[in-house]
Design a protein around this ligand. Structure first.
Ligand code: FE
Ligand code: CA
Length: 512
């Protein structure tokens, strides 16, 4: 017997069913990926879900767009209904929903739920931004390799329910299936043990189908779903949402992917990212050139957060792939090399000059502060993928920050190592003026295979006030008029999905 779905697809006549008909064909819970909200503004927020009764196999939805009911309440008990209506889950967007809720009040909490047929989504809580708020609670997350640990950090974050979660990338990893179990790595004086606790669902992801199924795998994690349902998020991807260490149009291994193949792959990655994130704008396509608007400014009381995109517009890495540190070469000094690209850099400079915020936050995927993996007097061996690999662009950034920008605070991820660092006007001179502070989150779950080297060379990096590469977790920030306070939360057992978390270190910027 030919199924209705196959029949409709084959004849090519009725690819879009009436919403009610497609809805009637959903025979199991389509809300397997939870709900989310994001892009919080003073009067608006984006609500997200995706219909996927069979999430790891393309979603399993019938052909056609589907109308999804939504309800928004002003109270957690769902007594005061603020709004209800219908929104489309387009087939072309993998039946994801991006609903922009306008006309809200600043600094207020709202609760929301989606429904299709007899199925209801979990209830999510969100919160609008507020310029007038006296305090702000913000969380920083990054780097959640499914295979190397559970996401217990997110359950802890959900319990704290911050005003906003700032995610600076590596939401998924593109790699293939690892071997379950432990592996050991010998280092001078110690043996490191790493463990693969659960496996990816396919070989390295390349196509839109692959990327969708990979997002679905990650989003099936209940702790991650809880953190999305507890707070609005702002998100910008890093490298692993596309391909390790990619830079603009260049993959990590240009000998293995042609420019055309990489363009098609990048578009697939961008499309799937949009389909799974509570963001407003889908990728734009001009010919085969895809682009995504990821950077932007957000205001949480006294903190203005500039979410940066340090991947899409950057110049290619230079000098070689020595890891974790690589000796410098002449190419580093090329003034044409950029991290943010001209447009974003000009925008950020304008933002910072005009800002009246007490704290000016740069949420950068990669570390802005330096870190050397050798001792003086040799030229510093550094990670060429971080701002260390772009010293001229960093000098421009530091000059801008040093010119009267109030309390610069940099938040970063990427390196799977928690750190609190002073940012000096001259990054090569720890006696130069401190112009700001950086807090690097560790990772939600990804290993820091270079933890031994981080510890070995810590004495050669005197601007570092706290360092922990050995545990997984995230950062909590409490911002008030006089204080930026950071708690480094760590997971007690990264191999236990139900693990408790604790505070490793709590630091105030004025004590750094
Ligand atoms: Fe990472
Ligand atoms: Ca990264």
């Amino acid at each position: 017997m030919i199924s209705r779905r196959l029949f409709l697809g084959a004849t090519g006549t009725a690819l879009v069913l009436p919403a009610s008909l497609a809805r009637a064909q959903i025979r199991s819970n389509p809300f397997t990926l939870g709900v989310a909200s994001g892009t919080p503004r003073e009067t608006s927020v984006i609500l997200w879900t995706r219909l996927a009764p069979d999430p790891l196999k393309g979603g399993g939805m019938p052909i056609g767009d589907v109308a999804v009911r939504y309800q928004v309440w002003e109270d957690a008990e769902q007594r005061r209904l603020l709004r209800e209506g219908e929104v489309s889950a387009p087939q072309a967007d993998a039946h994801s929903v991006h609903l922009k809720l306008d006309g809200l009040k600043p600094g207020r909490e709202y609760w929301y739920r989606f429904s299709v047929g007899d199925y209801d989504s979990p209830v999510g809580r969100t919160r609008t931004a507020s310029r007038a708020a006296g305090t702000a609670k913000l969380a920083l997350a990054s780097c959640q390799n499914w295979q190397s640990g559970y996401f217990a950090a997110y359950a802890d974050m959900a319990e704290w329910a911050p005003d906003c979660v700032i995610h600076v990338g590596d939401y998924i990893y593109e790699g293939g299936v690892g071997a379950l179990g432990t592996r050991q790595v010998e280092k001078p004086g110690e043996t490191l043990t790493f463990r693969t606790v659960r496996q990816h669902n396919s070989a390295e992801i390349v196509t839109l189908w692959d990327y969708r199924n990979r997002y679905a795998l990650y989003k099936s994690d209940p702790s991650l779903q809880a953190a999305h349902a507890a707070s609005p998020w702002i998100v910008a991807m890093d490298d692993h949402e596309v391909d390790n260490n990619w830079a603009a149009d260049i993959p990590q291994d240009p000998w293995a992917q042609t420019p055309l193949e990489f363009k098609v792959r990048k578009l697939a990655a961008f499309k799937a990212w949009y389909e799974h994130m509570p963001v407003e704008r889908p990728p734009a396509l001009v010919g085969l050139e895809s682009s995504l608007q990821m950077y932007g400014a957000y205001r949480f009381g006294l903190a203005q957060v500039h979410l940066l995109d340090t991947r899409q517009y950057r110049s290619d890495q230079v000098c070689g792939d020595g890891f974790p540190g690589q000796a410098p070469c002449a190419d580093l000094a090329d003034p044409a090399r950029s991290v943010l690209g001209q447009g974003q850099e000009a925008w950020l400079t304008r933002q910072l000059r005009q800002s009246d915020a007490a704290f000016n936050v740069l949420a950068s995927q990669i570390w802005l502060a330096p870190y050397r993996f050798n001792s003086a007097p040799e030229p510093a061996a550094v990670n060429m993928d971080s701002w260390d690999g772009y010293p001229v662009a960093r000098a421009r950034m530091l000059e801008t920050l040093g010119q009267g920008v109030a309390n610069p605070v940099v938040l970063s991820g990427d390196w799977h190592c928690a750190a609190a660092m002073n940012i000096h006007a001259n990054p090569d001179d720890p006696r130069s003026r401190v112009i700001g502070h950086e807090f690097a989150g560790t990772s939600i779950a990804s290993d820091c295979g270079w933890m031994h080297e981080m510890d070995t060379y810590r004495p050669d990096n005197p601007h570092v006030r706290h360092l922990n590469a050995r545990q997984r977790g995230y950062c909590r920030f409490d911002v008030s008029a006089t204080e930026w306070s950071t708690s480094f939360r760590i997971v007690n057992d990264p191999y236990d999905a139900q693990s408790s978390c604790r505070t490793d270190v709590e630091l105030r910027t004025r004590d750094m």
